[in-house]
Design a protein around this ligand. Structure first.
Ligand SMILES: [Zn+2]
Length: 163
């Protein structure tokens, strides 16, 4: 068991965070943006960046190479849709995408860029600094905005057609 502090400052225990989110043992902030029997999209549970969402899969595998072609296509469809929604809802014009095979369970971080990131350098190489900056400056008001943004993304997800 490991634990982390969620967006709202509550300690949460987990075995595998991605499995626990997929199995509803840990409910992500604002609930699920999208889920089906293969894939899920939800707000990052820990880092207070507006519109930061995680694309997760329900099976416990590590690498993009561990999926069937059909599954990989599905990942791309949902990834594309998520980015489209972030842009369409005016959350950001561009995103960082991060996938680390060093994590035991495949997931993709989708991090919208924001103006304030220029304070530390809006560059993926500064991601740790960006995360620290977001945590240092979190307020009740910014948390509310994050939750409102999750709702926007959820709503946008229902409106954007998949191709
Ligand atoms: Zn897992």
């Amino acid at each position: 068991m490991a634990n982390f502090k969620n967006l709202f400052g509550e300690e949460q225990e987990y075995q595998c965070l991605s499995c626990d989110i997929a199995n509803h043992k840990i409910i992500p902030p604002g609930g699920y943006i999208y889920e089906d029997d293969f894939i899920n999209v939800s707000a990052d549970p820990e880092i207070p960046i507006e519109g930061f969402v995680v694309l997760g899969v329900n099976k416990h595998v590590k690498s993009l190479c561990d999926f069937t072609d059909e599954e990989r296509n599905r990942i791309m469809e949902v990834l594309n849709k998520t980015i489209q929604v972030i842009k369409r809802e005016g959350i950001s014009k561009e995103v960082f995408l991060i996938q680390e095979e060093t994590s035991q369970h495949f997931h993709i971080w989708i991090v919208p860029t924001h103006e304030w990131m220029n304070n530390v350098g809006k560059d993926v190489r500064n991601l740790q600094k960006i995360i620290d900056y977001s945590k240092d400056r979190v307020t009740e008001k910014s948390l509310k905005e994050i939750v409102t943004t999750i709702e926007k993304i959820k709503k946008g997800f229902l409106e954007v057609q998949e191709k």
